[in-house]
Design a protein around this ligand. Structure first.
Ligand code: FAD
Length: 284
């Protein structure tokens, strides 16, 4: 197996418009480079052989984290490590703060970007599931301007998203946490920092002792992050055992190199009990 990429040209985009122009010029032969933490591995293994890499890292304005109306707006080039240090994320997007320490190792978090993780859409990755659990929106720029896509419509298949071939993910918007919101996150992996065998990111609204608007986003159990709709409804009805039972219909995890589908489904139930406890607790 090769461990060196095939030759490619390199262009440093100076603006979003510049990057889109380059994408349009080079079509299928172009790949965007953000943190490189997933892309370089696919190039080195020659799973991807682009003619040209378009480096997004010189584009100003895509590395900010801001409160914008009722949203937390996270620029696509924000590194995982910067997000982990952000007071805005800690206070207004606490689910993301819970998930970030589970991503790889410090070297990966220093380079990897939030936009790269969501755009790459690894089905076992933490942030795509958080994006789905929070019901966020992706801002995508293309030759005809910008558009927004809801998280529920964003993930289309294995490593496939709503981002078109000549488009760039520029901003991730997450609803800012209100005091009644509750969040839960848990994953099981062989070693800390490995991709999850199975994981769960969740949000809900507390109304007295009840949970409303429950969103459960599993990762590592299918081709995309997956909402467990039956379990969500059972949790909202206060039926916790029924929620675990509903996973038999909500999830159909395929066997993969890490584990069998049957074991993953069992682990999904274990995680649901942990996360349900977090959702029912007071927020830190
Ligand atoms: P890149 O590698 O630069 O790009 C990834 C893909 O997304 C490419 O196809 C690129 O063209 C596209 N892309 C990037 N940015 C954009 C954009 N703005 N718009 C459109 N397309 C874009 N991740 C986890 O979630 N959990 C883990 O446990 C984990 N462990 C890891 C362990 C190792 C050893 C390594 C090497 C990586 C691991 N990662 C893990 C991946 C890491 O989180 C990456 O940072 C992330 O998946 C991709 O982000 P990036 O910025 O590096 O993107």
């Amino acid at each position: 197996m090769s461990v060196k990429p095939a030759p490619f040209a390199y262009a440093k985009a100076r603006s979003v418009e510049d990057a889109i122009k380059l994408l349009c010029e080079h079509g299928d032969g172009a790949k965007l480079l953000a943190g490189g933490q997933s892309l370089m591995a696919t190039l080195n293994m020659r799973l991807s052989q682009p003619n040209i890499l378009i480096d997004l890292n010189g584009i100003p304005g895509l590395d900010g984290i801001a409160l914008n109306g009722g949203d937390v707006a996270i620029g696509a080039l924000v590194r995982h490590a910067a997000a982990a240090k952000s007071d805005v994320i800690a206070k207004h997007a606490p689910l993301v703060a819970l998930a970030l320490p589970h991503i790889g190792h410090p070297a990966i978090r220093n380079r990897g970007t939030i936009g790269g993780s969501i755009a790459f859409a690894d089905p076992a990755a933490e942030l795509p599931a958080c994006f789905l659990a929070l019901g966020g929106e992706a801002e995508i720029a293309g030759r005809n301007g910008a558009r927004r896509v809801k998280a529920d419509d964003f993930f289309r298949g294995l490593y496939e998203t709503a981002i078109g071939p000549d488009e760039i993910l520029t901003v991730i918007r997450l609803p800012s946490a209100t005091p009644d919101m509750r969040f839960g996150f848990a994953e099981l992996s062989r070693r800390h920092g490995d991709y999850a065998l199975t994981g769960l990111a969740a949000s809900a609204r507390a109304e007295g002792a009840s949970l409303k608007d429950v969103r459960l986003a599993y990762f590592g159990v299918g081709l995309t992050p997956i909402r467990a709709n039956g379990a969500e409804a059972a949790l909202a009805a206060g039926k916790f055992d029924d929620a675990v039972a509903a996973l038999a219909f909500d999830l159909d995890p395929p066997d993969d190199i890490q584990e069998t589908g049957a074991v993953k489904r069992h682990l999904a139930g274990v995680l649901l009990r942990r996360v349900a406890t977090q959702l029912r607790g007071a927020r830190a």
